[in-house]
Design a protein around this ligand. Structure first.
Ligand code: G6P
Length: 615
């Protein structure tokens, strides 16, 4: 995991790197560090804690001169989060300084070798091993920095995005990538390096995304030299024009990114279907799908692989695909799928869902499915990320940058894309009547305004949050399409408030969770209009007769549940299949308000990271 930033040019590197690190904190935030070079002295400062802690220390401890610099925000893998284990890491001579995102799996063997040769280590990190390996190669083989990096990386097993410089080369940064993302921003006579493009978006729209096993030697005032790490072949890099803008990645007046992202949902759902859904004409057009329709319609089954919230979106899709397109679907945790010798054939379609496009387990599942001959389709948010490049085809969600660690708008936009795919396939296969198809299309087009309406309950939900903020356990129940929403609601609460919450299929409650119910146990029940409405009402009665406290998500105008429930959160009426797009809104808001009231770090909850690029 971790975020890395680098700069080389004519400006002061410090503010660029500091701001960049703040934007990358979603990748990890247990320690941070920076190294600046003015051509004479290297100034290095690092600390356990957040980028704001680093900023305070920098003010007190170092001179911020220098137009070359690198910075790092960490999510610990090897070694506890402390000052010493933070990056950057020096080589023994003090000449090389390196930052690293990833894991060097064979670091222990390399370290043993280096120890024998007299190297010493002050940290427990695999990064310090790597920087000394590069130094050792450079010295023994008498080669330049770029060559030394290449030779060293060929001895390394694992994943990395690295950036380093040499005290003897004040105009050069070397970067390399395998498994972790690395973008290079190209300005006028200046270059930026970062885990994603957000740190340099106000300076340039032109970027190169390094491919796996590529490295680049970046020299001020010169062309970037991109090479293959394995065989030193020179590569002609593809310069991509970026779509992101600065406003998109700032809070826009909201107290937290999470709240901003919750409220963005009406507009980003629209962005997701804009130009793709032409409801009046009965058309769905997804660029990535058009050439591969047959792969889907001929598939024996669809296997969906994902993690976290994206996995919940996959569960919703299972209901939609089977219901409308009549294609069997299996939804798998990517981390289980990749290691359990799954049966995959050339007649399977694998859909990988990932907001970041970088989740290590999902990426590994994609690679495995490809090896086994399946057709692999990606549904991702971050343009240019690794999964979209590894899959055969796919669809971007276009939700814009999601910064809050707890995923919200990614979830609803993923469901929007999956719904469009299912509808398109249903139409082609003729598994639903045309009139139903048209009705679903029109209803999907109305979802942004319905989400908007659901958001109006914000204040009321805040009042409910106030009542329940002191509770230690929550149960979330839903049936059918809304069972995955119950799981997602519980996950949201756990993630940001640290309150234990469990999501369950409402009917399954009788087989266990019902034993937990007493007057202290709030039960959030999704009880909107559906085929199972009466059954859910019975489930609510079962809870009430055991003194449980009910917070129900109901359809506006509901009278039955309103009578029995203790508290209600209303959402507008929609089709059952599309209801997860609105029922999830009050659950996001409930968890948000409880977390704020408990003084939690909503955007950066403890122990979590936005993008899990380690197994
Ligand atoms: C992390 C994030 C979650 C996210 C999951 C999958 O755990 O904290 O919010 O759902 O990773 O991430 P992806 O980027 O693959 O959707």
């Amino acid at each position: 995991m971790c975020g890395i930033v680098g700069y080389i040019g004519n400006r002061d590197a410090y503010p660029i790197i500091l701001n960049g690190l703040k934007r990358l904190e979603y990748r990890g935030y247990d320690s941070a560090g920076i190294a600046l070079y003015d051509g004479t002295n290297i100034q290095l400062c690092k600390t356990k804690g957040k980028v704001s802690d680093l900023e305070k220390r920098v003010k007190k401890e170092i001179d911020t001169k220098g137009s070359l610099g690198i910075g790092h925000t960490r999510w610990a893998t090897h070694g506890v989060p402390n000052d010493v284990n933070s990056h950057p890491q020096y080589s023994n001579s003090g000449n090389l300084v390196l930052i690293h995102n990833g894991i060097i799996e064979n670091y222990a063997t390399i370290k043993e070798e280096l120890l024998k040769r007299g190297y010493t280590f002050s940290s427990e990190t695999d990064t310090e091993v790597l920087v000394n390996l590069i130094e050792d190669v450079k010295k023994n083989e008498n080669v330049k920095l770029g060559k030394a990096v290449q030779i060293a990386l060929n001895q390394v097993v694992g994943a990395y995005a690295i950036a380093l410089f040499d005290k003897n080369k004040p105009d050069e940064i070397v970067v390399a990538k395998l498994g972790s993302p690395l973008a290079i921003g190209i300005g006028d006579d200046e270059f930026f390096v970062a885990s994603d493009a957000s740190p340099f978006i106000e300076f340039t729209n032109n970027a190169i995304y390094l491919e796996d096993e590529e490295m680049a030697i970046i020299r001020k005032g010169r062309e970037i030299n991109v090479r293959k790490i394995k065989d030193d072949r020179s590569v002609d890099p593809y310069v991509q024009e970026l779509e992101m803008n600065l406003e998109q990645i700032e809070k826009g007046g909201y107290e937290h990114f999470m709240l901003k992202e919750i409220f963005e949902q009406p507009s980003v759902i629209k962005d997701t279907y804009r130009g793709r859904l032409l409801a009046n004409k009965g058309i769905i057009k997804l660029g990535g799908l058009e050439n591969y329709i047959k792969k889907f319609t001929n598939a024996d089954r669809i296997i969906i692989v994902a993690c976290g919230t994206s996995w919940h979106a996959g569960l919703v899709a299972e209901y939609i695909f089977e219901d409308w397109a009549r294609i069997p679907v299996e939804v798998e945790y990517a981390s289980e799928f990749r290691y359990r010798n799954p049966i995959i054939t050339e007649k399977d379609v694998v859909i990988a869902i990932s907001q970041s496009g970088e989740t290590a387990d999902t990426l590994a599942a994609v690679k495995l499915a490809k090896e086994k001959g399946a057709f692999v389709y990606g549904i991702c948010n971050v343009v240019g990320s690794t999964i979209p490049r590894e899959t055969h085809s796919g669809t971007y969600t276009h939700a814009g940058p999601e910064i809050g660690v707890a995923s919200t708008k990614a979830f609803t936009t993923q469901i929007t894309v999956l719904t469009m795919i299912a509808l398109k396939l249903a139409k082609i296969k003729g598994t639903i009547p045309y009139s139903d198809y048209m009705q679903h299309l029109r209803e999907l087009e109305l979802i942004p305004s319905k989400v908007e309406e659901a958001l109006k309950a914000n204040h009321k939900i805040e009042e409910i949050a106030e009542i329940f903020k002191g509770v230690n356990n929550f149960l979330y129940l839903g049936r059918g399409y809304n069972f995955p929403v119950a799981l997602e609601g519980a996950l949201k609460l756990k993630e940001i408030s640290y309150i234990h919450a469990e999501g369950y299929p409402a009917a399954e409650m009788k087989h266990g969770p019902i034993a937990l119910i007493d007057e202290h146990m709030p039960v959030v029940v999704i009880a909107v209009n559906s085929n199972h409405y009466d059954k859910v009402v019975s489930n609510i009665q079962e809870i009430k007769s055991r003194k449980g406290v009910i917070i129900a998500v109901v359809t506006k105008g509901d009278t039955v549940v309103k009578e029995i429930a203790d508290y209600i959160m209303e959402v507008p009426n929609t089709e059952e299949a599309l209801s997860p797009l609105v029922t999830t809104i009050p659950l996001q808001l409930l968890s948000y308000h409880i977390a704020v009231m408990l003084n939690r770090n909503v955007d950066q909850p403890r122990n979590l990271a936005k993008s899990v690029t380690v197994e």
